[in-house]
Design a protein around this ligand. Structure first.
Ligand SMILES: *[C@@H]1O[C@H](CO)[C@@H](O)[C@H](O)[C@H]1NC(C)=O
Ligand SMILES: *[C@@H]1O[C@H](CO)[C@@H](O)[C@H](O)[C@H]1NC(C)=O
Length: 394
């Protein structure tokens, strides 16, 4: 097991009053066997965004594969601070961490202890999070939290007292900090971004993720705006889809997916392809019938990586602009047991019950991405790659 090192380094950039704060994320790339395990779980238990409409028409959000995440950072809870490593996850909308009262959470890592915090307040509500393999249960608590050096007072979060089997397994993080749209939050708890704005800590309800490739350092969540050191060229914005009224995710529409410049026919004529822009999934995923078409046109990557460089470019058309993604991003490289490099497609067919796609980390490593709640849009700019000029590696 690799030793875990987390550092929440906060930098104040820009002028006073327009606080843009950076929070360093740790990247732990998956080994090939972890990629295979995650892929098997997705196939067995449905996938991360298995969404369903409950009896009262409110979508219930299922998180089925938290172990899929590769990027995580720190959050402090309570006074004095208790430290937790969490996935900063745009695909869900609540903060939850294991409780000291948890009966079956993994022993290692952080467990929130209310009795050790001077600023804690009982909330009284309980919560349940649905998983493919079972439920996570617990209760809500209010306490001060701190992310990237910014504090939010009296924030409502979940203390997990009973964990679904194997939700976290060997995952190198404790919990999840959801940055999905507010409508997806369990019990309508307020969102961290909303609270930061409301409490005057940042001006703008905007955040951006820079995900470094190849296990390099420097992955960063920027809160309150964007950071120009991470991209070249301008942002191209795509409005959040109307479908987000029914499925409360950061959903955008791709009109077409081209392979080697030719339309794959994978998207519906009017609806297009509905995609969740999701930091918490390590592949680009889509509905089986459509994604299998895309994969068939790409052809397989050979296990020894010998043909990886010659595979065609995938092009997503969003907001009238073409976004290219080459095999250097959509092919995942890992090592087998003997230490030999092996390749696998970072593309996967998954059945969510509704025909949604997940625009996960392969795409987000190529494009520095901003989630803008103020204008209800997501923007993409070409990300500087580690080692490229002007990129400050923290
Ligand atoms: C903290 O937030 C809760 C809502 O979750 C509210 O009822 C309570 O009054 C707040 N406490 C303070 C001190 O602001
Ligand atoms: C693609 O290649 C992988 C490993 O290189 C292999 O496990 C998989 O079965 C192949 N898939 C197809 C459809 O050939």
């Amino acid at each position: 097991m690799v030793a875990r090192r987390l550092s929440a380094l906060s930098l104040l950039l820009g002028s006073a009053g327009a606080a843009v704060v950076s929070l360093q994320l740790t990247h732990k790339p998956k080994t090939l066997s972890e990629i295979k395990r995650a892929s098997q779980r997705r196939a067995e238990i449905g996938q991360r965004f298995a969404a369903s409409l409950s009896a009262d028409g409110i979508p219930s959000v299922s998180l089925t594969d938290v172990e899929d995440a590769e990027y995580y950072g720190e959050v402090d809870i309570g006074t004095p601070a208790q430290k937790f490593s969490v996935i900063y996850d745009t695909g869900s909308s609540n903060l939850w961490v294991p409780s000291k009262k948890c009966t079956n959470c993994k022993p290692r890592g952080g467990h929130y202890d209310a009795s050790a915090s001077k600023s804690t307040a009982a909330n009284g509500k309980s919560f349940t999070l649905q998983y493919g393999t079972g439920n996570c249960q617990g209760f809500l608590t209010n306490d001060n939290i701190q992310l990237g050096g910014l504090s939010v007072e009296n924030f409502t979060f979940g203390e997990v007292t009973s964990e679904a089997k194997d939700v976290f397994g060997q995952a190198p993080f404790d919990g999840i900090l959801g940055m999905g749209p507010p409508a997806a939050a369990v019990d309508q708890t307020p969102m961290p971004m909303d609270m930061l704005v409301k409490q005057g800590k940042i001006q703008h309800n905007i955040f951006a993720f820079y995900l470094a490739s190849g296990g390099k350092k420097g992955s960063t969540l920027t809160v309150g705006g964007t950071d120009s050191q991470f991209h070249t060229g301008d942002f191209h914005y795509v409005p959040v889809s109307v479908g987000a009224h029914l499925l409360p995710y950061w959903l955008v529409t791709a009109g077409d997916i081209k392979i080697g410049g030719k339309s794959s026919g994978a998207c519906y004529p009017f609806l297009g392809c509905q995609m969740v822009v999701d930091t918490g999934t390590s592949v680009f995923a889509g509905p089986p019938s459509a994604m299998n078409k895309v994969i068939a046109e790409i052809g397989n990557v050979s296990a020894d990586c010998s043909n990886a460089a010659s595979l065609p470019t995938i092009t997503l058309t969003m907001g009238g602009k073409d976004f290219e993604l080459g095999p250097e991003f959509y092919v995942l490289r890992g090592k087998d047991d003997s230490g030999k490099e092996q390749c696998e497609l970072g593309l996967e067919a998954v059945n969510a019950g509704v025909p949604i796609w997940i625009l996960g980390d392969p795409f987000l490593r190529k494009y520095y991405t901003v989630w803008d709640s103020e204008q209800n849009r997501v923007g993409f700019a070409l990300a500087k790659q580690p080692g490229q000029d002007g990129l400050l590696v923290i």
